[in-house]
Ligand binder design. Structure first.
Ligand SMILES: [Zn+2]
Length: 206
């Protein structure tokens, strides 16, 4: 049984994805959501259909060519079960080993070339883990792959997409049950708010 996806990328984000103007890092996190969310995939398809001209005008097209087309084709081939393809977008990337970065938290790198100070990694956190209270220098886009976390804006389970920017402060807690595995595109640095967080900061290497 899969839980219903509650949190989706904004239409602006889906349109940017469709027009190829998202950087590869954020594009991959959106792609992970699309591989789970037929509704957003259809929206992207519509944006793409009306956005052909936009694509030609786009100043930078850094998303892997054909990635969207491949996902859309897969969804067309099998519209009822997008969740079976969850990890497929990651097949194109090398994943580093899981490294301990703090109590109950592990991190692994995803080999997306770092552009404009945006990097991609996966996080795995044990149930009940309270991640340090933090705010952002820039974007932090997250797609949940397994398990769930919650913060003041709700509960985020598999497929849910969390689009945070520098105006938001976060205090996520991993929900009971399974470990929470996420893929994250992070711009700039995370600024930890607590004294313990500042002590842990070097461990996160963020
Ligand atoms: Zn969606």
């Amino acid at each position: 049984m899969t839980e219903a996806i509650v949190h989706h990328p904004t239409d602006e984000t889906l349109a940017a994805f469709a027009s190829g103007t998202l950087d590869q890092a954020r594009g991959l996190v959106v792609l992970m959501h699309l591989s789970l969310c037929a509704a957003c995939s259809r929206k992207v398809g519509r944006f793409e259909a009306i956005g052909g001209e936009l694509l030609e005008q786009a100043a930078s097209v850094s998303m892997e060519p054909g990635a969207l087309r491949n996902v859309l084709r897969l969804i067309e081939d099998n519209p009822s079960a997008p969740e079976t393809r969850l990890n497929e977008p990651l097949d194109h990337y090398q994943l580093g080993p899981w490294r301990w970065v703090g109590p109950g938290v592990r991190q692994r790198s995803v080999s997306v070339p770092e552009v404009s100070n945006i990097k991609v990694f996966m996080l795995k956190a044990a149930p009940g883990t309270r991640l340090p209270h933090h705010r952002h220098d820039g974007y932090e886009w997250t797609c949940v792959l397994e398990g769930a976390f919650e913060h003041q804006f709700g509960r985020y389970g598999p497929g849910d997409f969390d689009e945070a920017d520098e105006t938001m402060e976060h205090k996520p807690t991993v929900c009971a049950g399974d470990p929470c595995v996420c893929i994250v595109a992070l711009e700039g640095n995370i600024v930890l708010q607590s004294r313990l967080g500042r002590i842990l900061q070097p461990l996160f290497r963020l």
